[in-house]
Ligand binder design. Structure first.
Ligand code: PRP
Ligand code: ADE
Length: 176
């Protein structure tokens, strides 16, 4: 494990049996509250995209907003919130999805991305990939060119990364 991976991994707290029995919840609030770890996380997420012309960062509610906003700022890109249903005021596209511990629906404004715009999807964690696959489908539905997806944490045993790659999307992660 590289020293940066080790530093970030040690800043993440694990909580057993949350939100349901059998789930080991990877809690990034400890990483976010650590100034050095938070800065290094954002730097590592951004570094592969330095110099690329990216129009928008899309982030999933809620943890994807925190990291996606910081990445958007660093890349001088716009930010697109992908929200849980019923929160966005204008016309939306909506999709049902399942994740490691539940099912839900998410939405995005129909005009959040113009056809052909280059978008990177950012979230804290990929587990089953249900959330990220749903987000890529929404983005593609309105014509976005999803050039990459990045996450702080990958839970490889749950197979999400492979599902995204099967859609032809590049996936970058920092910690397994
Ligand atoms: C978490 C996490 C990802 C998703 C990953 O979000 O932030 O978005 O689960 O799981 P998956 O790969 O199995 O789909 P959650 O829905 O718990 O929302 P939150 O950020 O509001 O806590
Ligand atoms: N989202 C899906 N699975 C998760 C986990 N194990 N920890 C934190 N967030 C998650």
């Amino acid at each position: 494990m590289s020293s940066i991976t080790h530093e970030l991994a040690s800043a993440i707290r694990s909580i057993n049996d949350y939100p349901k029995p059998g789930i080991v919840f990877r809690d990034i609030t400890t990483l976010l509250g650590n100034p050095r770890a938070f800065r290094r996380t954002v730097d590592e997420l951004v570094q592969p995209y330095a110099g690329l012309k990216i129009d928008k960062i899309a982030g999933m509610e809620a943890r994807g907003f925190i990291l996606g906003g910081a990445v958007a700022h660093q890349l001088s890109a716009g930010f697109v919130p992908i929200r849980k249903k019923g929160k966005l005021p204008h016309d939306t596209v909506r999709i049902a999805y399942s994740l490691e511990y539940g099912v839900d629906e998410m939405e995005m404004h129909v005009d959040a991305v113009k056809p052909g715009e280059k978008v990177i999807l950012v979230d804290d964690l990929i587990a089953t990939g249900g959330t990220a696959v749903g987000a890529v489908q929404l983005l593609r539905q309105i014509g976005a060119d999803v050039v990459s997806c990045c996450f702080v944490i990958d839970l490889p045993d749950l197979g999400g990364r492979k599902k995204l790659e099967a859609l032809g999307v590049e996936v970058r992660t920092l910690v397994e």
